[in-house]
Ligand binder design. Structure first.
Ligand code: NAD
Length: 365
């Protein structure tokens, strides 16, 4: 007996949940629109071989609500949504599948914009673009925002400086040791910035060829993937997987702060409380890594105004995001509450304020 939609704990007052089927291609997808209070719902499309449609539904609802919070905390005029395509991204992708998906997105008339996520590439989004304007994350054309990773890395870097200023009263990273997990798209750019600011790096990755290359140019020490939690460091920077802050790693970490790009770093919210009780400053993941979605938002803005990708606008939003991080840290100290709760409260307040001030366009239509 599966749970029904409205009873699911993940339902969280979603404005709309759209199940999509296409007979010709076999497309099975779910598009979840959590909130359009602040603007069109924006969030990536994940293609994953879910064990059941109930599992796909839970995932899309959870991720969609998360996008509402991430977009609000970055102060973007965007709501939150997400979509999932049920299937194996290695064997079941065709251009026709993404045309069918794009048509489904198009029927929503701009309430939801899709983009890349796990299992969905720039090329797939380019196929969907042939049938709908409501996709983001293109690599060609004047609006295209391209690879978001450098902007994400810049946000993580500035967040690290903010934390260093607060905990060690210094304006650079001289004398600080940072344990960096994952030196992929974001972690690679981040390693260079941290190194240039004077940090001593201890790093790991499962891609050993890439690891020795990045370690060589940043003078870093290399450790085995599982040893990263035991490094005697000042800051832990998770830039690979989610849920690395969990009951198993908590007692191994001796760092004073966690600042990294990975999504969903806390395995459960109570880990955020435990970090707080132990005096570890956790810079909330979706605040720290918001540079990526800011970069994507610039593409939507260009699409809507007929303009081009605007790096100055991106910079303005990124500095505003860093002000929000300062607000999160100030309030956490003043109210003696964990940082992840404060970030959620700020996001909720912004969403609710927009709900109060904007007419419900679905009723108005
Ligand atoms: P990526 O795939 O380019 O890099 C991840 C790296 O982690 C890879 O080099 C991989 O080999 C390594 N890795 C995998 N398993 C590992 C393990 N067990 N131990 C150590 N290293 C391991 O991804 P990315 O784009 O750099 O993103 C990194 C993280 O940041 C992800 O969690 C992603 O969701 C998040 N994020 C990325 C962006 C962005 O702009 N790319 C934006 C927001 C959040």
């Amino acid at each position: 007996m599966g749970m029904t939609l409205f009873d699911s704990p993940s339902f969280a007052n979603h404005e709309g949940v759209h199940a999509v089927f296409d007979e010709k291609t076999g497309l099975r997808a779910i598009i979840a629109v959590h909130s359009t209070a602040r603007g069109p719902a924006v969030g990536g499309t994940r293609m994953w071989n879910y064990g059941s449609s109930a599992e796909a539904l839970e995932d899309v609802l959870r991720l969609s609500k998360g996008m509402s919070y991430k977009n609000a905390v970055a102060d973007l005029e965007m709501g939150g949504g997400k979509s999932v395509i049920i299937g194996d991204s290695r064997t079941q992708k065709t251009p026709e599948l993404f045309h069918a998906f794009g048509k489904a997105v198009d029927t929503l008339g701009g309430i939801y914009y899709a983009a890349e996520d796990v299992g969905v590439s720039v090329a797939d989004i380019a196929e969907a673009r042939k049938v709908t304007p409501y996709v983001l994350g293109l690599s060609d054309g004047p609006e295209a925002s391209g690879d978001p990773s450098p902007v994400t890395a810049e946000g993580v870097f500035r967040s690290t400086l903010t934390v260093a200023r607060r905990l060690w009263k210094q304006d650079d990273l001289t004398g600080l040791t940072i344990a960096l997990q994952g030196i992929g798209h974001v972690g690679g750019y981040l390693a260079d910035k941290l190194h240039a600011a004077g940090a001593k790096l201890v790093m790991t990755d499962v891609n050993t060829a890439l690891l020795s290359e990045v370690a060589a140019r940043t003078g870093a020490e290399i450790v085995a993937p599982d040893a990263i939690y035991d490094v005697k460091a000042d800051i832990y920077a998770p830039c690979a997987l989610g849920a690395t802050l969990n009951p198993q790693t908590l007692d191994r970490l001796t760092v004073k702060a966690v600042v990294g790009a990975a999504n969903n770093q806390l395995a459960t919210p109570d880990i955020g409380h435990k970090l707080f009780e132990r005096g570890v400053l956790y810079a909330p993941d979706y605040v720290v890594n918001g540079g990526g979605i800011i970069n994507v938002a610039s593409e939507m803005k260009a699409r809507q105004t007929g303009g081009a990708y605007d790096p100055q606008w991106v910079e303005g939003k990124l500095s505003r995001l860093m002000e929000t991080l300062e607000e999160v840290l100030d309030r956490s100290a003043a109210e003696k509450r964990p940082t992840h709760e404060i970030a959620d409260a700020i996001a909720e307040a912004r969403i609710n304020a927009a709900r109060g001030h904007k007419p419900d366009h679905r009723k108005a239509a």
